[in-house]
Ligand binder design. Structure first.
Ligand code: NAD
Length: 453
């Protein structure tokens, strides 16, 4: 009965469109048709095609971005290469790069309200998440890597080679040099922080970057490029090519002028990155998906554990690579934990990210919401029971109710595959060794949680 009530309530989820408070965010959005950023200026794509970028809470159009393709990637890589070879960047001391990185952190701080509101409107996340986690997290990347820019050191290596001529010594050393042009490809769940996690270390090392943000959430990356230039980075050090993954992203990953790809996203696309890197043996960093287990032992403090396991899956609408999406609870306390998590899930207030009362926003797009709803349907079909949530709601169909599934078996899709939404599978266990074995029975290996006293 209660579950029916929650579904009815959320089916009527009415969302009022809210405008940003910050004048700077309003000004940025008023540009409507945004440009890519290449060689230190905003440019149109070679193709006239544009992609709409939507506010997922309402489905309203926030603006458009250029649908970049291979020709745009060529231009951006050429700009990044020229910047890499220019004395203005190549000969810059580590100390100067450190100061620039620090000043971009200051600039982001000065633009905090604007960036948080843009991120919330573009991605859907509550403003408090942008304010306390995302933008401060992005700033911290620049402060941390500012410190690294002056500490890039090689080693000296003692050698003992048997054919070394008597009386001669060999001096062997390593010197670390920037790799060159780095292609950075990021997903849409935490756009600005994941973008800065790629850019800050690359710039600290003296590389230049071509960034391909996710097509659903490109706005803060475009603003970041402008702020970087204002902070004094030479033109071409950071370039942003917007567009679809299979066009702009694929062209970047395969480009012979790119020396390294730093990719964060799905495991499926990560495998394509391996293929694309073959051509010129690019270096690769892959940060991929997860299906992380949480284990609750009988001695756990349930007052801390219940909000802990609930936030592990419902934070950011479950769109977190390390989300605790499989919850294994000792059978002695299973019912109590279930009751607590279900009550927690039902109490979460869904809404527009700019509404201060909102605890959970929409997921990033209708496509993603439909994908999650498909997983919930498949779980039910395979025999799972929905004990909280389960519904898809909101004016654009982009809200997924915080969902708890029980009666799940290890082989079900909902247990094996990454859903990347607010859907928790709860499973009782008897013995800790069994729990560890089933927790590890997954192709993923990103994170794991243990609740115990
Ligand atoms: P995705 O793999 O679909 O897309 C990620 C990026 O790759 C986007 O910019 C996209 O445009 C681009 N892309 C898509 N197809 C491409 C192709 N053929 N060639 C080149 N680029 C391509 O992932 P997503 O759905 O945007 O993000 C969710 C995924 O990201 C989840 O699996 C999540 O776990 C993962 N993620 C991992 C981490 C981590 O640090 N491990 C952090 C956040 C998200």
């Amino acid at each position: 009965e209660e579950q029916g009530e929650t579904s009815r309530m959320n089916a009527q989820l009415a969302i009022t469109d809210l405008a940003p408070q910050s004048a700077a965010a309003r000004e940025f959005l008023a540009r409507r048709d945004h440009r890519m950023w290449i060689g230190g200026e905003g440019v149109q794509a070679v193709s006239v095609q544009r992609l709409e970028t939507l506010n997922p809470a309402t489905g309203s159009v926030l603006g458009t971005i250029p649908a970049g393709g291979a020709a745009d990637v060529d231009r951006a890589v050429a700009a990044a290469r020229a910047a890499f070879e220019s004395p203005a960047w190549r000969d810059m001391t580590g100390a100067k790069r450190a100061r620039l990185l620090w000043s971009i952190a200051d600039a982001l701080e000065a633009h905090m309200d604007e960036l948080c509101e843009l991120e919330t409107l573009d991605q859907g996340k509550p403003l408090w998440v942008a304010k306390y986690a995302e933008v401060p997290g992005a700033i911290d990347q620049f402060r941390y890597f500012a410190g690294e820019a002056t500490k890039i050191e090689g080693t000296t290596i003692p050698t003992s080679i048997n054919y070394q001529p008597a009386g001669k010594k060999i001096f062997a050393y390593t010197a670390k040099e920037p790799i060159g042009v780095v292609g950075a490809i990021v997903p849409w769940n935490s756009p600005i922080v994941l973008t800065c996690m790629k850019i800050a270390p690359a710039l600290a090392a003296g590389c230049t970057v071509v960034l391909k943000p996710a097509e659903d959430t490109s706005l803060t990356a475009l603003r970041l490029a402008e702020l970087l230039q204002e902070a004094g980075f030479p033109p071409g050090v950071l370039n942003v090519v917007t567009g679809l993954g299979e066009r702009a992203g694929a062209a970047l990953a395969a480009h012979p002028g790119v020396d390294k790809i730093a990719f964060t996203g799905s495991t499926e696309v990560g495998k394509l990155m391996l293929e694309a890197a073959r051509g010129n043996l690019k270096k690769l960093t892959l940060e991929l998906g997860g299906k992380s287990p949480a284990i609750v032992l009988p001695d756990a403090d349930l007052e801390l554990t219940i909000p802990g396991v609930a936030n592990a899956i419902f934070f950011n609408s479950g769109q977190v690579c390390v989300a605790g999406s499989r919850l294994y609870v000792h059978e002695k306390i299973f019912d109590r934990v279930l009751e607590g998590v279900v009550a927690y899930a039902r109490g979460i207030r869904l809404g527009h990210g700019l509404d201060p009362a909102t605890q959970m926003g929409p997921v990033v797009s209708r496509k993603q919401a439909d994908r999650i709803a498909g997983y919930i349907a498949s779980g039910k079909q395979e025999g799972a029971s929905v004990v909280a949530g389960g519904g898809q709601t909101g004016p654009a169909g982009t809200f997924i109710e915080p969902t708890v599934l029980v009666d799940v078996r290890p082989q079900m899709k909902v247990v094996r595959e990454e859903i990347f939404g607010p859907v928790l599978s709860m499973i009782p266990f008897k013995d800790i060794d069994d729990a560890i074995a089933i927790a590890n029975d997954t192709p993923y290996g990103l994170a794991a949680y243990l609740f115990t006293s």
